[in-house]
Ligand binder design. Structure first.
Ligand SMILES: [Zn+2]
Ligand SMILES: [Zn+2]
Length: 193
């Protein structure tokens, strides 16, 4: 998938690059209307390029969420499962697309838990689908960034926030390092130094 990010509009555009992806996006288009959520359902390993491991993301639209029980190393594990609907496996074509896949994963994992269908767009004779990740809880605007989705507050509203700073711990974007910082407990933005 070719992936484009429009940060100002708060939209990701998914442009299919194979017959299979064209079919999946066409199936999605049949069941989605603007504002419908497509659930994030985990990731798998994609390519390893220059020592960096990229990921592909699983999404389900119109599916019923259930659980399945599997035996894993003698333990019985209950796992989320999806029945019916359309499965989208989001795999970036080029390195820049794969980097955007990682950003989408972080925003889904730390905040949005899925993507929201926005519109279709014709690009080079194929039908691309556009998604936002989450709507701001104050203004309803589209959001694409992890910090926005984690706190449910878009950058525009964060700029207008009457910050209430507190000291605490936050993870850095996309990685597991926890920092001791002073941040606003309303919008999650860190106090400028
Ligand atoms: Zn907002
Ligand atoms: Zn604030």
């Amino acid at each position: 998938m070719k992936i484009q990010l429009d940060k100002i509009g708060g939209l990701y555009t998914f442009i299919p690059t194979s017959d299979h992806e064209i079919k999946v996006l066409s199936d999605l288009r049949k069941i989605l209307k603007a504002g419908d959520r497509v659930a994030y359902a985990g990731r798998e390993t994609d390519d390893v390029i220059d020592g960096r491991t990229y990921m592909a993301l699983h999404f389900y639209a119109g599916a019923i969420k259930t659980t399945k029980t599997i035996i894993y190393q003698k333990a019985t594990v209950t796992w989320p499962d999806y029945v019916g609907g359309v499965q989208l496996i989001l795999r970036g074509s080029e390195v820049e697309d794969k980097n955007l896949v990682c950003r989408i994963r972080d925003a889904c994992y730390f905040g949005s838990a899925g993507i929201i269908f926005h519109s279709t767009m014709e690009i080079d004779n194929v039908t691309a689908l556009r998604f936002t990740l989450m709507h701001c809880k104050h203004c309803g605007g589209n959001m694409t960034e992890t910090l926005e989705c984690e706190w449910g507050v878009c950058d525009v509203c964060a700029n207008k926030c009457e910050h209430k700073f507190t000291r605490g711990f936050m993870h850095s974007e996309g990685i597991e390092i926890i920092n001791d910082v002073i941040y606003c407990e309303t919008c999650g933005r860190v106090r400028p130094k």
